[in-house]
Design a protein around this ligand. Structure first.
Ligand code: UDP
Ligand code: MG
Length: 321
């Protein structure tokens, strides 16, 4: 039996680019079929789009036997949409790719080559970014550097979700059922032989990005809290050192009072100390809250997504025969 490749495409309001995306991806599928004897399943996940995205997917299902489609019950976000894709993908190898053509489908051919060399994970690493502001580039680069420093798993920099994974890597990933899904971290957590494929990321073909700065900030928080408890440790160390210096200072104040007496004074220093310690306390209560809130969410153990409808491609079904 020949190899089956599943290409997972999460899509939210992508009616403007979806057909073009499918045209290019289908061309890649044909090339793989001809040159490598690899069959393809293109698995679209409609993440509660409010436009005609799902209608296009349904039409593609009828026209093309390689197309599978999952319709989620509402918009869950890209991470749960990807998870739905990974859960339903039947391939021996699985590729995850954005629908907006920022990730070029043509790169899948090279990814497959590296997979043949024995790599379980081939991730696309951006050489440059087009169509993005200086500020976004700078913040993205800081984020990768910070997370690299403070977490144990090695998260490759300038790497998005676009990647190929072997069946065993996908099975490993599917065992991680946490609610707060920082995918870059989960991919790295799984491990296995990995290979970077450097590429030039295009600007969006059409439509608008769904990620504004507030979302990106929350995304960064997610990344940090999912993979390290370093901020909690900082609280202990900072608290410890402040207490230590406060003690020394207290000795000094007492000694000074005994020797020279104390005409009431020092309102500014008192104010500074109270405000500083108050601020630090509030900050760390906030950090505690970030972690506690996540513990709360995890403890509910809710399903990550609900499927409204699922159509399986013919190419994927044949595999079981
Ligand atoms: N996406 C999704 N659900 C969402 C938001 C985005 O499935 O709630 C999909 C979107 O359709 C696209 C991919 O995730 O295929 C990446 O989104 P986008 O291009 O907006 O992000 P960016 O490339 O700007 O990081
Ligand atoms: Mg995009």
């Amino acid at each position: 039996m020949s190899t089956l490749l599943s290409i997972i495409v999460p899509a939210y309001n992508e009616e403007e680019v979806l057909e073009e995306f499918h045209r290019r991806t289908a061309a890649v599928a044909e090339q793989l079929q001809a040159n490598e004897d690899i069959r393809t399943e293109i698995l679209y996940v409609n993440d509660g789009s409010k436009d005609g995205t799902y209608a296009i997917m349904q039409r593609l299902c009828e026209e093309d036997e390689r197309v599978s489609a999952i319709n989620l019950s509402r918009n869950f976000g890209k991470e749960p949409a990807m998870t739905a894709g990974f859960d339903h993908a039947k391939g021996d190898i699985v590729v995850i790719i954005d629908a907006d053509l920022q990730d070029q489908p043509e790169l899948i051919v090279d990814m497959v080559k590296h997979w043949r060399e024995g790599y379980d994970v081939v991730y696309a690493q951006r050489a440059e970014r087009d169509g993005e502001t200086f500020f976004k580039k700078a913040t993205a680069s800081w984020f990768y550097r910070i997370i690299q420093r403070i977490s144990r798993v090695e998260i490759p920099k300038d790497t998005g979700d676009f990647r190929l994974m072997s069946r065993r890597a996908v099975d490993a990933l599917n065992e991680l059922r946490e609610q707060h899904r920082f995918m870059k971290g989960l991919f790295a957590y799984v491990g296995y032989p990995q290979k970077a494929l450097v590429y030039h990321r295009d600007a969006r073909a059409a439509g608008e990005t769904k990620f504004n700065y507030w979302k990106l900030w929350n995304f960064a928080l997610e990344g940090i809290t999912s993979f390290t408890i370093a901020p909690l440790k900082i609280a202990s160390y900072l608290g410890g050192s402040i207490a230590f210096f406060a003690f020394i200072y207290a000795l000094f104040v007492v000694a000074k009072t005994i020797i020279w007496g104390e005409p009431v004074q020092g309102y500014p220093s008192l104010m500074v100390a109270i405000l500083f310690i108050g601020g630090v306390q509030l900050l760390f209560i906030g950090i505690l809250g970030e972690y506690l809130g996540r513990v709360y969410n995890e403890s509910k153990q809710r399903p990550l997504y609900y499927v409204e409808q699922y159509h399986q491609a013919k190419t994927a079904r044949n595999k079981e025969e």
